[in-house]
Design a protein around this ligand. Structure first.
Ligand code: ATP
Length: 616
């Protein structure tokens, strides 16, 4: 732990220098200057005492002491000017260092592979690292304090060594118990924090659920609050127990440290008294020694406390460093082969298993998405449709087999280029708590979010009607719970999601269940638009359970348990002579539900009306 301290300190120093080189230089120069003034001050006090305690008349002694007195006063002024400059610069430096640290880890985390984001260990690291950015901020202040105390201690130690060689080891003896106590507690606090961080995280999650807007209605109607509160208490109590244990350890440690330090202090002053008594030390020297011991002891206490603080913060900065290293290791690689702008996309024997899953979600899948065509993916829940598009878009890489964009495998391609070619409305597309403009514009955030382009995308997806109904149009905030925030319905969100995909304007448009929340008229319009786009040469991958709407697709792939069980045109799949029957059966089942909407045991509407009329 102590071995890595210099590395963490140098990380904090680098952060501070990067955040504001001028403020950093001001802190460094003023702290060194302050230390030097303290050392010179002690020497000046010594000569002041020698002059004052010398033989002769008081006026003569005072006159002789005047230059030393003036020097002590001047040094005090310089010292406090240095302290002011240093604290102002530290105040400027600290928040900037925190910002730089936060930006660094957020930037790295935003580029890691998806599987890292789903990994528990990586999540725990992210939790700790958030504290690390705060710690980096505090470490700047503590490092400054360490430099101050160290310089002041060196000054006091130097003076003590000159006065009598025995005084320095005694000073060190006084410092050892507090140093031991503080370092021990820092280690305990860190270990303890790591023990209960998961429980703190879980308690925080539950408390957020209890006040969550989306969950509010269900919490009340289903009376879920007592259940959630019970779990909150369990999590919170675990961390309480750990903190109680820590408090007892702290009490024991400080009792041992304080008693040992008390004994060492008695010994130090005893030795000083002995030296005076034996005549081995003059009164002026003893006076300076007392001053130097007091300065030295308080510098040691400060130093130990600050080193402990640095050490404690360094542990969290180490977590931040670990996260940055891990995020760099798990980052989506930059560089690779160029991906053609427009191309067929081909899956060759693609097998893929999610991390931690016991069986693959895709088994040796072969499929082709021809350029400019519409391909529909259909199949039961969990058959692997969304997984296909995650691999197609480069969000995931196959375990074996290849996903080829015009002959370039996604594993070897420049992934940023693969992402650039894709516009996607995923099933669970994100509802950004921003304005309607940003919710559409974020599809291609590098381009200007001007009215004309955003309105065009909105009109394409029928979202213009949604926007018109909002009090501030495109600039309405779509986040209830904030001032002026609006809530829109699931179907209206879906239109915003489609507008976002339109705005992205990728070579391949992926629409995963685009109409699940739409009313029949809106649904029809979306499918008409997808159909029109296909006519205009847009490559489209459509995932839907509404089998009637895939009639116009150029190619339909039917998935079951991660395998392609059938593919072909609608006509071929529906023809008993050419289709395997899987699609036809699903289609006919759905069609029957529409043609014959009566429930088992219930008469068909026509019969019921007929019977009613017959009776009357
Ligand atoms: N992130 C994940 N981690 C682990 N397993 C996953 C993950 N996402 C999906 N799966 C599993 O992979 C399989 C295929 O899921 P996928 O989402 O691709 O199915 P789908 O055909 O799109 O289903 P649906 O029609 O319900 O949307 C399922 O067994 C699912 O549980």
């Amino acid at each position: 732990m102590a071995g890595s301290l210099p590395r963490q300190v140098s990380m904090a120093v680098r952060l501070a220098r990067e955040a504001d080189p001028r403020a950093f230089a001001t802190v460094a120069v003023s702290e060194v200057a302050r230390g030097i003034t303290q050392a010179v001050s002690l020497i000046a006090v010594n000569s002041l005492l020698v002059e004052l305690l010398a033989h002769g008349d008081i006026t003569g002694r005072l006159r002789a002491a005047l230059p030393s007195l003036a020097l002590v006063a001047a040094l005090a002024v310089v010292g406090s000017a240095c302290r002011s400059a240093s604290s102002a610069a530290t105040g400027i430096l600290e928040p900037k260092a925190q910002r730089v640290a936060t930006e660094r880890y957020l930037g790295l985390v935003a580029r890691v592979e998806l599987e890292a984001i789903e990994d528990d260990a990586f999540h725990k690291l992210m939790d700790s690292a958030q504290w690390g950015a705060d710690s980096a901020r505090r470490m700047v202040g503590y490092c400054t304090a360490v430099v101050t105390s160290a310089i002041s201690l060196i000054a006091a130690a130097g003076v003590l060594t000159v006065l009598h060689p025995l005084l320095l080891p005694l000073l060190v003896l006084m410092a050892l118990p507090s140093a031991w106590g503080s370092l021990t507690m820092a280690r305990h606090r860190y270990i303890s924090w790591h023990r209960f961080v998961q429980h703190v995280r879980a308690a925080k999650l539950i408390s957020q659920l209890l006040i969550n807007q989306q969950a509010a209605a269900e919490i009340r109607v289903h009376d879920a609050a007592p259940f959630l509160l019970k779990h909150f208490r369990q999590m919170a109590e675990t961390s309480e127990r750990e903190q109680t244990r820590l408090a007892w350890t702290g009490a024991r440690t400080s009792l041992v440290a304080d008693s040992t330090r008390g004994l060492a202090t008695i010994a130090t002053y005893g030795v000083l008294g002995l030296l005076l008594w034996n005549g081995q030390m003059g009164l002026a020297v003893a006076g300076t020694a007392v001053l130097a011991i007091r300065t030295g002891a308080s510098s040691i206490t400060d130093l130990v406390l600050r080193v402990t603080d640095v050490q404690e913060e360094a542990l969290f900065v180490a977590d931040l460093q670990k996260l940055c290293d891990e995020a760099t290791r798990r980052a989506i690689p930059v560089g690779g082969l160029d991906v053609p702008q427009e191309a067929d996309v081909r899956f060759e024997k693609v097998t893929f298993t999610y991390p931690g899953a016991d069986k693959p979600s895709l088994y040796e899948v072969d499929l082709v998405i021809p350029r400019g065509r519409t391909v529909a993916l259909v199949g039961r829940n969990g058959s692997g449709k969304s997984t296909v598009v995650r691999l197609l878009s480069g969000a995931r890489l196959p375990d074996s087999g290849r996903v080829l964009w015009g002959g370039v495998s996604t594993a070897e391609a420049e992934r940023a280029q693969v992402f650039d070619r894709v516009a996607m409305v995923a099933q669970d597309f994100f509802r950004w708590p921003f304005t309607a403009r940003v919710n559409i514009g974020i599809g291609r955030s590098s381009a200007a979010m001007d009215d004309r382009s955003i309105e065009a995308a909105a009109a394409y997806a029928d979202a213009d009607e949604v926007v018109k109904g909002l009090p501030r149009g495109l600039d309405s905030l779509l986040a209830r719970g904030y001032k002026g925030g609006q809530e829109i319905s699931g179907g209206q969100w879906q239109k915003i999601g489609l507008a976002r995909a339109r705005r992205r304007d990728g070579a391949v448009l992926i629409v995963d269940e685009p109409t699940s929340a739409l009313d029949p008229a809106a649904e029809q319009r979306v499918f008409d638009q997808i159909h029109q786009l296909a006519g205009s040469g847009q490559t489209t991958v459509l995932i839907t359970h509404r089998l009637h709407s895939v009639r116009h697709a150029d190619l339909i792939y039917v998935l079951d348990e991660g395998r392609v069980v059938e593919h072909g045109t609608f006509t071929a799949l529906m023809d008993p002579a050419t289709g395997a029957g899987v699609f036809r059966e699903m289609y006919e089942l759905q069609a029957r539900q529409f043609l014959n909407p009566s429930l088992p045991g219930q008469a068909a509407p026509a019969e019921a009306v007929g019977e009613g009329q017959a009776r009357s």
